[in-house]
Write a protein that binds this ligand. Structure first.
Ligand SMILES: C[S@@+](CC[C@H](N)C(=O)[O-])C[C@H]1O[C@@H](n2cnc3c(N)ncnc32)[C@H](O)[C@@H]1O
Length: 365
């Protein structure tokens, strides 16, 4: 990765744009921008990179864990050493058998149990999570502690990177001991803003100050035979939600997912695979609404060639509400830029798999 890309820190996250940071930043440099809105911040990699580059960042995601990560990274104004004593304290706690161990802790010596962590580590999780609540911390310190806990758990998991099914056998890293470290924080000079709304609600909280809106919604699968989008963020990462909220929810199924992440309840319109009453895919309708309603001078939109939104429809939406200034096509697997196109030619490339597109769009006024 080129050295002008700041280092960022995050959990393993489907659709993380870690590999695209240099492209996103270089597109952003082409326009004179000070304030950036990251509407679907997810792992917070993009928000972190923008903030470290000195942009004022408004970060939003519907997922509560994203809010905690963003609060820790973007709102912190203290040197990271400030947090060392609390992290040391949390590491020193005696393990206990609690709610997390009951549902998510497996026996190290049992081969046929499917759990995301070994018991020795969920017992530490139980002790640490309760202590974080007991300490009555201010918002940023609490977010730093929880981010540290989640990053540490992500290092000792026995999963394929999501929490809807667990591995048959313990992963090598699950044998390691859970150990919290202070996240790679920096002193933010800007007054960043963190939001935890559905994107359309978030738009109501923005003024006219946004120079660039970066949108990376969760595009559904475009395979007609496949059930609704495979990546459903609320389900995939239900455990991080539960750790943030510490609300001991009702759980169901083999993966012990939160009841509020069942397929009939959860889901985002951006994860919708059906067509709406107009005959168009609902996700395209949602993207159209988003592009139409956002008040920003420029939009950078991520789109992957496996997405539900068809290229033609997307092209039409972008041209209706804006002017496409530049398109970058990136071979996702190889992380090479396959070429830039300024015309509608990009559409025919979407038949190929594994391409990521970034559109820089000037919003029509
Ligand atoms: C492709 S991921 C974003 C990845 C992010 N750019 C990164 O680098 O980690 C899509 C994100 O959209 C969020 N999301 C889904 N529906 C949403 C909605 N209606 N409003 C806001 N965020 C939503 C999900 O929680 C998920 O984190």
């Amino acid at each position: 990765m080129p050295s002008d890309v700041p280092s960022t820190e995050a959990i393993k996250y489907a659709g993380s744009k870690l590999k695209l940071l240099s492209h996103i930043l270089s597109l952003s440099k082409k326009v004179n921008a000070a304030t950036v809105f990251d509407g679907f911040s997810g792992s917070t990699r993009v928000s972190q990179a923008y903030a470290k580059k000195g942009y004022r960042v408004y970060a939003n995601d519907i997922a509560v864990y994203s809010k905690f990560f963003n609060t820790a990274f973007l709102l912190n104004k203290q040197g990271s050493e400030t947090y060392q004593p609390i992290i040391d304290h949390l590491n020193s706690l005696a393990p206990i058998d609690g709610w997390f161990t009951e549902y998510y802790g497996g026996d190290e010596n049992s081969a046929d149990q499917k759990f995301p962590w070994q018991k020795k580590n969920t017992r530490r999780l139980d002790a640490i999570r309760d202590e974080i609540d007991r300490l009555n911390l201010d918002e940023v310190t609490k977010a730093v502690a929880i981010t540290s806990l989640i990053l540490a758990l992500d290092q000792v998991d026995s999963t394929l990177g999501h929490y809807v099914s667990y591995l048959n056998e313990w992963s090598p890293r699950s044998y390691k001991d859970l150990k919290l470290t202070v996240p790679n924080l920096w002193v933010n000079q800007q007054d960043n803003l963190v939001m935890n709304y559905d994107i359309f609600e978030a738009l109501n909280h923005l003024g006219d100050e946004i120079d660039i809106a970066y949108f990376d919604p969760p595009y559904g699968s475009n395979n007609e035979k496949m059930p609704p989008s495979r990546v459903r963020y609320a389900s995939y990462y239900h455990i991080w939600t539960t750790i943030c909220l510490n609300d001991r929810p009702e759980v169901f199924g083999k993966a012990r997912r939160r009841a509020d992440t069942s397929d009939t309840i959860a889901g985002s319109v951006f994860e919708e695979f059906r067509r709406g009453s107009s005959g168009r895919f609902m996700v395209i309708e949602a993207i159209e609404k988003l592009i139409r309603e956002i008040r920003a001078r420029y939009i950078i939109l991520s789109y992957s060639s496996g997405g539900r939104a068809t290229a033609e429809e997307l092209n039409e939406v972008l041209n209706t509400y804006g002017e496409i200034i530049e398109i970058e096509k990136i071979d996702y697997k190889k992380n090479v830029m396959a070429g830039m196109k300024w015309t509608n030619d990009w559409i025919k490339d979407t038949a190929e798999k594994n391409f990521e597109f970034l559109f820089l769009v000037k919003k029509k006024t």
